[in-house]
Design a protein around this ligand. Structure first.
Ligand SMILES: Nc1nc2c(c(=O)[nH]1)N[C@H]1C(S)=C(S)[C@@H](COP(=O)(O)O)O[C@H]1N2
Ligand SMILES: [Mo]
Length: 320
């Protein structure tokens, strides 16, 4: 049985979690498990805090599903204090520190390129009529750490359908806010600002591709990409661009920040792939934030049964 038994450390973590937040976590896990058809996950694992019953319900989960499917949520504190958001600095604790007063209202979004509904929209108008829901996704950083986060938001495809790309659109590119007065990291040249990312349109339309507006039942904090950010759970974390102000539909593969910065190390696709090492380190394992031991990294971050079809016939070592 591969399910780890809870350590004292885990119990302490849930005990120190603010009670209402903890109840929210439970609710999220229930709702999200139902919404995503994750009935296969042992309810005891999703719902229990520290009870011994959680560790053994007599069934062998490992044989029927990836070991990671039963993972616990990464604590809210870690999700909001250990971040990559270079606009706010290069250190993991910089975003929480420097984004504390980040202004996200009003927030306007430009829609441009090969799309019928081109224009500049207030975010609230842009999202009118778009159904929001909770989803638990793993996010796997290219730096070989990962988190499990209960996101709140909407299917990217719902927004794209509303915007009506023309038949010429083959890709979609996103751009982060450029505002060095608010984003001190943009005074440095770590990356070419603004941060840009992109997806092939069929990837963007895949039902797993998500736009988050919140996590753990609260609006996104600045450090997590408020007021809205992409979440592409089968790709390395850098694809999940934060604090988006431009959505651009293009005919050709758009530029992406990390590929521009270092094309040898970061490709356009960036699908999580334990078989393709980063030139400077292995991608075969990862450390779940809050845990000590490393876990094996799964192809497409464990979402392969749903997304592998997008890449049929492609050499994933070449298109990394
Ligand atoms: N605009 C912008 N988006 C970004 C980044 C960034 O530096 N700037 N970092 C990326 C990386 S490398 C990761 S791993 C995730 C981290 O998201 P989180 O801090 O909310 O967990 O955000 C991604 N989105
Ligand atoms: Mo990352």
């Amino acid at each position: 049985m591969l399910i780890k038994s809870r350590s004292t450390h885990d119990c302490l973590e849930s005990e120190v979690t603010d009670h209402s937040l903890y109840l929210q976590r439970r609710r999220f896990m229930e709702v999200s498990a139902r919404g995503l058809g994750l009935a296969a996950i042992a309810p005891s694992l999703l719902l229990s805090a520290c009870s011994d019953a959680a560790t053994d319900d007599g069934r062998d989960q490992a044989s029927s599903q990836p070991a990671q499917a039963a993972d616990e949520l990464t604590p809210y504190k870690d999700v909001t204090s250990y971040n990559n958001f270079y606009e706010f600095g290069l250190g993991k604790s910089d975003p929480a520190k420097y984004a504390a007063d980040f202004k996200v209202k009003p927030w306007s979004v430009k829609v441009e390129g090969a799309v019928e509904k081109a224009g500049t929209f207030d975010l609230e108008d842009l999202l009118k009529g778009v159904q929001q829901e909770e989803r638990i996704y793993r996010l796997r950083c290219v730096e070989a750490w990962s988190m499990v986060i209960p996101w709140y938001g909407f299917a990217l495809s719902d927004l794209i359908n509303k915007l009506k790309p023309t038949s010429a659109a083959k890709y979609v590119q996103f751009e982060t806010l450029y505002d060095p007065a608010q984003m001190p990291g943009q005074k440095g040249r770590a990356l070419d600002w603004p941060y840009v990312e992109g997806l092939r349109l069929d990837e963007a339309m895949h039902p797993l591709a998500f736009m988050a507006t919140g996590l753990y039942g609260k609006d996104l904090l600045g450090q997590n990409g408020a007021p809205f950010r992409l979440v592409v759970p089968w790709k390395y974390g850098f694809k999940s661009i934060k604090s988006i102000v431009v959505i651009r539909f293009t005919e050709t593969e758009p530029a992406t920040s990390w590929n521009l910065a270092n094309p040898r190390e970061y490709g356009f696709y960036a699908n999580v792939n334990p078989k393709v090492n980063h030139p400077r380190w292995s991608q075969r394992k990862e450390r779940r934030i809050g845990e000590f031991r490393k876990r094996p990294t799964l192809a497409f971050n464990g979402y392969g049964d749903q997304v592998a079809g997008l890449y049929q016939g492609m050499d994933l070592k070449r298109y990394f």
